[in-house]
Design a protein around this ligand. Sequence first.
Ligand code: HEM
Length: 328
Amino acid sequence: MTCYNNPLFFLLLSLPFLPFTHPKLTTNYYHKSCPKFSEIIQSIANEKQHSRPSTAGATLRLFFLDCMVGGCDASILVTSNSFNIAERDADLSLSGDGFDMVARAKMSLEIECPGIASCADILATATRDLVVAVGGPSYEIRLGRKDSLQSKSTDAENQYPLATMTMSQLVTLFTSKGFSIQEMVALVGAHTIGYSHCKEFSNRLFNFSKDSESDPAYNRQYAAGLRKLCENYTEDPTMSAYNDVMTPWKFDNMYYRNLKSGLGLLATDSAMYGDQRTKPFVDMYANDQARFFKDFASVMEKLSVLHVKTGRKGEVRNRCDSFNQLGF
Ligand code: HEM
């Protein structure tokens, strides 16, 4: 009997993705104080995505990592100074487009309604708008997050997933943040857009084992193409590959379909199909894009309220890259 014939499987499926809210956040938070909040962000997100198509992937990853490390509080946007190594300088390899996206929106919002819009709300909203801009589902973003008063690279230790992690380590990490295995699989569907640097998967390409130059989990032609692409990556560390080789610019369910054909880029991507705990969900999302969109939208709503700061636990920063007063 496959798991699809088992009624318990469907019962378990219906447990996650319950509506997720936060008592202090509201959808109309800026209604009076900054009525053009949504309009301004959406227009800058569309404009920026048009001129720099890598913006959506960069911003989505920035948002995900910000939320994983101490909550969705824009702590990832703060730059280091002589007294403090900030979260963004933990070895996260973040692309500049996400930071630039938020900085542009913040600048326009400061002109329109000074001191009102938090960087954390801007990042959450811009991420949603960019997912939609590249074809993904829309979802509600509740507003009223405050920006963190602290940002330390050491806070990032063991708080975000690495391509070298085992599935058990990933499950432990996501569970510790309140996500089920199914929610983890739905979230990682974000790898339908964006890039990864060669160093993140080069161990799968060269001298993989004594029997095989590359990881046999890769489709052979795909592995040959990646080996060519990454042959000089040590001299040029910027070399990178699309996460979704088939439809790299489109938010769709191709990520899951790729996994079934040996086209998963990172070891952790391939493991999503190789591990019995995650494979049923990969199969389901590969077969049903509407279901993936529905679940991705719900889990992004849940991610977007993870450990948010409200009231005096944070501030509305004047600039997203620094605290209003010298802080750490
Ligand atoms: C299983 C857990 C995950 C692992 C191990 C993982 C790991 C990675 C790695 C190593 C990269 C490449 C970074 C680089 O080379 O610059 C990457 C890229 C990316 N990740 Fe993940 N990730 C995971 C889950 C997620 C989730 C849950 C999201 C969002 C909800 C996400 C969104 C992205 C995006 C959009 C990119 C492309 C970034 C860009 O184009 O600049 N990832 N991920």
